[in-house]
Design a protein around this ligand. Sequence first.
Ligand code: RRO
Length: 309
Amino acid sequence: MTLDFGTTLGGAWFPSPIFTASGCASSGKELSQFFPLREIGAVVTKSIMLKPRAGRPTPRMAETPSGMLNSIGLQGPGIDAFLIEDIPWLAAQGARIIVSIAGETAEEYAVLSRKLRGVFGISALEVNISCPNVENRGLVFACDPNSASEVIKSVRSIIGGDLPILAKLTPDVTNIASIASAVINSGADGLALINTVLGMVINTETMRPHLGGKTGGLSGPAIRPIAVRAIYQVREALPNVSILGMGGVATGKDALELILAGASGVSIGTASFGDPSAVIRIQRELHQLLQDKGFQSLKEAVGFAHRQE
Ligand code: RRO
């Protein structure tokens, strides 16, 4: 019996539930030296803004126990260069593409959506409303249900039914299920859980914050239990909403944990920095593990940890 490894996220179908995580593989060019991008579920591109952006001051990275902090600050080429250079390249690889977008206002997200609507080769939008590395916490839309809803409504009003919208949320809130409900009620088709967790490192030699931006986003195995908890809570509150899970996944077993919690897909981020073949290895490991456990399809495993019997 062969395993049905396909998955759907917000209505879009993918042949595998393993994806890159936004921000950890840019548009996939480096990773394509290690495996064909068409062999994974999809490439989720680095969050793109309207204009080119230099990002935050250096240093932008810090190692932490079982993880790392980043303070990139949305560095990128801007949507126009991205549409000319990255999308056609990815499409030529035969990769499925999820484009992550970020803005400073709901209107900016709308303009980005207008530019992306109708572009050939895009499977879904990840609407990043949870970047931790912004000047003021008021710009972390996903910390407030009204701000989060406003952004999702503006994207939906432009996109219509053309593309599935996944809203990317932060675990740095009191009740993530209430934010999840707000964005789903505002037109999101699915959720991406979780963005990095706000953290900080102080250099004990200089006795000052290590990162140029002072605070940063914590990723890697250190945050996996937070991701599992967030996915589990949201699945419990919204059992019919599809979730793309991410947070510290480094093995097929880790990916299975997020799936059992309720994720229909899993993005691999920080693990790719240490092992550029991590995405394809984790995909292979997960496939084997699901077969070993007697599942006939990935879908049977999604949310399995919620079963009572
Ligand atoms: O660019 C970043 O600093 C960044 C983003 Br947009 C994000 O969503 N999450 C993160 O940890 N870093």
